[in-house]
Design a protein around this ligand. Sequence first.
Ligand SMILES: [Zn+2]
Ligand SMILES: [Zn+2]
Ligand SMILES: [Zn+2]
Ligand SMILES: [Zn+2]
Length: 331
Amino acid sequence: MAFRWSAASGELSCPVCQDTFKDPVLLNCSHSFCQACVRKWWRTKRTRECPVCKTVSSTKSPPRNLVLKNLCEAFLLEVESGVVCPLHTEKLKLYCEDHRTPVCVVCRDSTSHRNHTFTPVNEAAEFHRNGLQEHLTPLRAKVKLFREVKATWEKTEGEIKNQSQRTEETIREEFDVLRRFLLQEETARIAALKEEEELKTQMMRNKIAVVSEQINFMESTIKSIEGGLNDEDTSFLLKVDAITKEVQRPLPDDPEQVTGALIDVGKHLGNMSFDVWIKMKDIVSYTPVIMNSNTANEDLHFFFQAMEENKIIEDKIRDKRGLYGSHTGEI
Ligand SMILES: [Zn+2]
Ligand SMILES: [Zn+2]
Ligand SMILES: [Zn+2]
Ligand SMILES: [Zn+2]
């Protein structure tokens, strides 16, 4: 702005309050004052005289000085924006290196800045701009890097959810296989038990039928003998030959003791869970290729460790089989 505030600043202060005009009014003697200041003056003096030249105003409502009002507002705006020195109303054209602040030419000559170093504001600004510019490049690079990391982490966040869903599905599938296997095993074992029950029940029924027939046969002979013994002599003698013939029929052999009639519970229950476990091993796949995405290197270590442990378990199973003949053998 070509306009010099220093020249105007004297014109911008009210002679009464010495401050920048607020809502200035123009008296007919051409002097201007803040509206509030002139009214207060008039109240005190009990006459409408000008505080400067004592001319009495012809009106009690002097017109507003709009040009001056606008000028004052523009001035205050410049002071607020820091372009004008608030102390001397001069433009801040210099930069005090010691105070690290812009100052006006009057400030430069004041005692508070004695022996200080001054630079024109444009040079100082250029210098400080360059200084800040240097910070900008590494800062921008860092923001770029951080943004990339953030994007990666956001992707990871999404991937965690997918991973969890996929893994849950696999867990459910594998447990389904195990459950189906166990159900099949259970069904097969109960079927084998029912078959044995059926067979052995039938065998006992056959034996019971034979022995019942033999009992009937012998009881009918006993009845014949008893009938004869109780008869009158004549009628007894008439029957005696037939009774004797009946008695002479060969008696059935004594029933043999039945062995293995009962269900072999040991066969069904002995070693059952162990046998099922051994059988289950065939459908269980050990898949060391599935590495932990976080610790792929560590996994190699655990893989070899797991291989070692698996070998120990298999050795133990082999020992157990050796001890009891075979894995389906009876203990
Ligand atoms: Zn005033
Ligand atoms: Zn006047
Ligand atoms: Zn100043
Ligand atoms: Zn200074």
